[in-house]
Structures are given as structure tokens and as C-alpha cells.
Design a protein around this ligand. Structure first.
Ligand SMILES: NC(=O)c1ccc[n+]([C@@H]2O[C@H](COP(=O)([O-])OP(=O)(O)OC[C@H]3O[C@@H](n4cnc5c(N)ncnc54)[C@H](O)[C@@H]3O)[C@@H](O)[C@H]2O)c1
Ligand SMILES: O=C(O)CC[C@@H](O)C(=O)O
Length: 411
């Protein structure tokens, strides 16, 4: 039996931003040979051209898949974010177009947590200033303002996959951990929830941010919040650049209220390694600046490459949408003796009976049917025993149902 209605070698996979080679290996191993690979993010006009005939697109955090860009992607079946954050994709538009978006929710979390712990120790010991002084030929040998992290209070904002790991590592160094999250969370070890963000800001010696980019987290650390932090406290941000008012942070660093910071993410980041980096924090000795590399370790990138490419292959080969961030999730068994049809539709009353009518009119027995819906979209997978030609005819009938977003014969 022919295993796919569309030859795999014709499925164009567009991979941007230098995703790990492990992603290419995963696609190739699964039989996908039409891969366009770019080391960098593409400028918007080039992106629109490249995405126009792509079936699968893989990006990291720099590529913005806006409504306008997605409108050009006429053949797109799925998006893979080879990272945790998916804020760079207009997920609502993607869902409305019937395009699931996948990410790697865990693979780089340990790398971020390790960086944050390292930066916390460096900041508390005043290493950034001492390092800068030595590079200038100075010799600032002094204990003044330098402390051990033991017994200091670490305030974690966003106690999710990264925040919890930071907490566990910090406790192993003898720090006292408090956290603030909008959801009720199980405390690990001796970590304690703070009653509010303000309470956390008042108590912590070091505040570290691990929230996603959402409308609620936009500028959640502004001048008022920085002023509520203890005099001389420090801030670490390896979450998203939109979470902190960077000008307010620069002001509070200059006036000494905040005595140090480690910032990995910025409101505006260079598109590529050749573009200049501009920030009000440049030139401040008490600030560790890193180019959004919290998750950039070889281990993390290799694992992300395999994880996200495998999810995309699984969707393309089998229809499973498990762990899609914007789409009804179905985990599908293989049904090797059947033909598999997919139908993605607007979630409107009566559409399921129209779908089932197609099969009852054709007097076709359904071997298996899997359905999930979100408020906007319904996703139904139908396994039937029939010829390839008949499956294609059924797909055409399904495609003609009003409110259909996509209909495909998978195999
Ligand atoms: N610097 C990097 O390279 C890098 C790498 C990985 C992830 N990140 C960023 O870190 C973020 C966190 O990653 P994660 O894996 O821990 O995510 P996660 O979803 O596991 O945890 C996020 C936590 O933040 C909480 N939260 C959401 N809104 C909040 C609010 N307004 N106030 C307080 N808490 C809130 C959530 O309830 C959740 O517990 C990601 O969304 C991503 O943007 C950055
Ligand atoms: O690799 C990237 O570009 C982003 C990494 C990180 O911010 C994430 O969201 O996982």
C-alpha cells in the first residue's frame, strides 16, 4: 500500500536560525529529503518568498510568523518552534488556518537554570565589576559588597519548568527560595510561595524572572516594581525582553538602587550575529549581558532538534498533534491496514454530521475515528479501508464541506 498521499521527497521543510543538525538528521531519517536550511533568520521579504511553498517551517525565537507572513504560506501544514517560547508566532492565526504549532517545552530548561545560578553567584560576588576592572588594567581587590549566596533570598517569578529547577539548584547552595506564580504550585524542597509579587520583590536579595511573554507579563517589572525591590538587590532576566522596562532598569542601576543585573533577553534583539546590539545597559560594569543564550548549549540544542523534528514528522506521517500549543491534541495509533484522512474545520454546529454523511453516503465503514476540538477549531482523523483513488475522492468531498480549513489523505 502506498504509505502517503503526497511523496515525502516533495514535502518542503524550511529550517531557519541554524537549528541543530539533529533536526536535519531526524527529518532525513524519516524520509524527508527536500530540506532548505538557513543559518540565520531571514528578512521579512525573503521569509515570505521562502515560506510560500513550504509545508513545514522550523524556527527559533528571531523569526516572527505574523498574520501577514502566515498569509503567504499557502501550503503550510505545521510550524515547529525549536525552543520553548512560541510568542514569535501568531498562534491564533495559525490555528484559524488549521496549522498546528509545536515546541520543545523541556529540552533547554536545565541549561537556563544553570546559567541563572552561575549569574546569581557572580552578581553577589561583584565579579562583573571586578572582571571589567581587571580588563582595564585595574586591581580592585576588596571584599566590600561581596557576599556568599548561602542564606541569601532568591525570589523566583514564574515557578514553572525553569523556575523550579533554579529553586532546587539554589537550595542546594544554601539559598532561601521564595517564588511567585499566578497558578497554585507545589513547592519543591523548602521553597515557599510569596503572597504577592510585591512581597517577593521586598524580600529577595536576587530576583530572577521565568515567566512567558503574555499580555500580563509585558513590562511586569517597571520602575514601581524595581523601586519595591530591596536597596542593593539584583535582577536576573532570562525569560523575555518584554517583561522588564529596560529604561527603568538602566535608571535604577545608574542610581544604585539596583546594584547588579544579568540580562539575556531584550525588548529588541539583533536579527543575526552580524547586526549591532544596542541597549541602554551597554557599558555598565555591574551588568552581565548575554545574547539570548540561556538555552544555547550543545546538549539542549541537539535534544530540541530531535524533539521538535520528531513532533513535526509524527504529525506529517501519522496526524498526531500531541503537545501542539495552539491546536486540538490527538495522539493516534498507527492503522497500517487503513487509509487515513484528516479534516480540520471551524468548530461550528452540525459539521461532524456532515463529515460522517460523506462516509455513510459512500457506504464506507469507519475503522477508527478520532476527534478533538478547541473553541475555534475541530480536528477529526478518520481511518477507512478503501482504495487510494476512493480515499482521494472522499477527501475531495470532505474539502467541499463549508467551514473546512484543510482536508488531506495522509496515507
Ligand atoms: N533565555 C533563554 O534562552 C530562554 C530559554 C528557555 C525559555 N525561556 C523563556 O522562559 C520562559 C519560562 O520557561 P519555562 O519552561 O519555565 O515555562 P513554564 O511555562 O514551565 O513556566 C512559566 C511559569 O510562569 C507562570 N506565569 C505565567 N504568567 C505569570 C505571571 N503574570 N506572573 C507570575 N507567574 C506567571 C506560569 O504559571 C508558569 O508556572 C519561557 O516562556 C521562555 O520565554 C528563555
Ligand atoms: O533558541 C532560541 O532562539 C530561543 C531560546 C529560548 O528563548 C526559548 O524560548 O526556548
Amino acid at each position: 500500500m502506498k504509505r502517503t498521499s503526497y511523496p515525502k521527497e516533495d514535502i518542503k521543510v524550511l529550517l531557519l536560525e541554524g537549528v541543530s543538525r539533529s533536526a536535519l538528521d531526524t527529518f532525513r531519517h524519516a524520509g524527508y529529503s527536500h530540506i532548505e536550511f538557513h543559518e540565520k533568520a531571514l528578512p521579512e521579504d525573503e521569509l515570505k518568498r521562502a515560506i510560500a511553498d513550504a509545508h513545514i517551517v522550523g524556527i527559533r525565537s528571531r523569526t516572527h510568523l505574523s498574520e501577514e507572513v502566515l498569509a503567504e504560506a499557502k501550503r503550510l501544514i505545521a510550524v515547529g518552534c525549536f525552543c520553548i517560547g512560541t510568542n514569535q508566532v501568531d498562534n491564533v492565526t495559525a490555528e484559524k488556518l488549521g496549522v498546528p504549532v509545536f515546541n520543545a517545552p523541556y529540552s533547554n530548561t536545565r541549561s537556563v537554570a544553570e546559567l541563572v545560578i552561575a549569574e546569581t553567584i557572580l552578581l553577589i560576588r561583584r565579579i562583573p565589576e571586578k572582571n571589567a576592572e581587571c580588563h582595564r588594567g585595574g586591581w580592585a581587590k576588596s571584599a566590600s559588597g561581596s557576599f556568599e549566596v548561602r542564606d541569601k533570598v532568591l525570589g523566583i517569578v514564574g515557578y514553572g519548568h525553569i523556575g523550579t529547577q533554579v529553586g532546587v539548584l539554589a537550595e542546594s547552595l544554601g539559598m532561601r527560595v521564595i517564588f511567585y506564580d499566578i497558578e497554585p504550585k507545589l513547592s519543591l524542597g523548602n521553597a515557599r510561595p510569596a503572597a504577592s509579587l510585591d512581597e517577593l520583590l521586598k524580600r529577595a536579595d536576587v530576583v530572577t524572572l521565568h515567566v512567558p511573554e503574555t499580555p500580563q507579563t509585558k513590562l511586569m517589572i517597571g520602575n514601581a516594581q524595581l523601586q519595591r525591590m530591596r536597596a542593593g538587590a539584583m535582577l536576573v532576566n532570562a525569560s523575555r525582553g518584554t517583561v522588564v522596562d529596560i529604561e527603568a532598569l538602566a535608571t535604577n542601576l545608574r542610581n544604585g538602587h539596583i546594584s547588579g543585573a544579568a540580562i539575556d533577553v531584550f525588548p529588541v534583539e539583533p536579527k543575526g550575529n552580524d547586526d549591532p546590539f544596542v541597549s541602554p545597559l551597554v557599558g555598565m560594569d555591574n551588568v552581565i549581558l548575554t545574547p539570548h543564550i540561556g538555552g544555547s548549549t550543545l546538549e539542549a540544542q541537539e535534544n530540541i532538534g530531535i524533539e521538535v523534528a520528531s513532533k513535526l514528522v509524527r504529525y506529517s506521517d501519522n496526524g498526531s498533534t500531541l503537545s501542539a500549543v495552539n491546536f486540538p491534541e490527538v495522539s493516534l495509533p498507527g492503522h497500517p491496514e487503513s487509509r487515513r484522512l484528516l479534516h480540520i474545520h471551524r468548530n461550528v454546529p452540525g459539521i461532524l454530521s456532515r463529515i460522517n454523511d460523506v462516509f455513510s453516503r459512500a457506504k464506507i465503514n469507519i475503522d477508527g475515528q478520532y476527534l478533538q476540538t478547541s473553541p475555534q477549531v475541530g480536528y477529526v482523523v478518520i481511518d477507512v479501508s478503501t482504495s487510494e483513488e476512493h480515499a482521494v475522492a472522499l477527501k475531495d468531498e470532505l474539502a467541499a464541506i463549508p467551514d473546512t480549513l484543510r482536508a488531506r489523505v495522509l496515507y
